[in-house]
Design a protein around this ligand. Structure first.
Ligand SMILES: CC(C)(COP(=O)(O)OP(=O)(O)OC[C@H]1O[C@@H](n2cnc3c(N)ncnc32)[C@H](O)[C@@H]1OP(=O)(O)O)[C@@H](O)C(=O)NCCC(=O)NCCS
Length: 129
């Protein structure tokens, strides 16, 4: 049974291990501990999934709890994928962000089919600087 928790209730090493075990580390600076530590400390909305004491999923966001929630990192351990954990992490992120905060994200190449599948719509005027 998967348990969900919010807040920073894990170590930097556990976070890095999960980014590796989900493949998200291919597109995140997982080898740069200082940067990863800042990513952990300064995110203000984190939801995690646990199988006992094993960290199996994470949604790491920055939110103002009023208008927008930027969901930066969504990762589920490969051996736990396709069991609804990613979907539940997003549901809880939305719930904690509040009803007026839109969830915004950039999809990784591997997940481009995932977000439309779970109800996201593609924004035609999203820009990155
Ligand atoms: C993308 C990711 C977070 C999805 O998490 P997950 O827990 O495996 O997904 P879920 O079980 O919640 O999937 C929900 C639904 O989407 C489908 N789905 C899962 N991954 C998918 C994918 N890559 N493409 C299309 N559909 C997908 C599931 O089959 C399921 O469908 P159903 O509801 O019709 O049965 C996970 O695969 C992952 O960590 N990938 C590697 C890291 C990554 O790319 N993260 C995204 C960064 S933007």
């Amino acid at each position: 049974m998967i348990e969900y928790r919010s807040g920073i209730c894990f170590t930097l090493d556990q976070m890095i291990e999960l980014y590796n075990a989900s493949t998200l580390s291919e597109r995140r600076p997982a080898g740069d501990r200082q940067r990863m530590a800042k990513m952990l400390e300064n995110a203000n909305l984190i939801v995690t999934a646990w199988d006992g004491e094993e960290l199996v999923g994470i949604a790491r966001s920055l939110t103002d709890f009023a208008f927008c929630t930027y969901l930066s990192d969504l990762a589920v351990r490969v051996s736990y994928q396709r069991r609804g954990i990613g979907k539940e992490l997003i549901r809880r992120t939305r719930e904690l962000g509040g009803p007026d905060a839109k969830v915004i994200l950039l999809s990784a190449p591997k997940a481009v089919e995932y977000y439309p599948h779970i109800g996201f719509t593609q924004h035609p005027s999203a820009w990155v600087l």
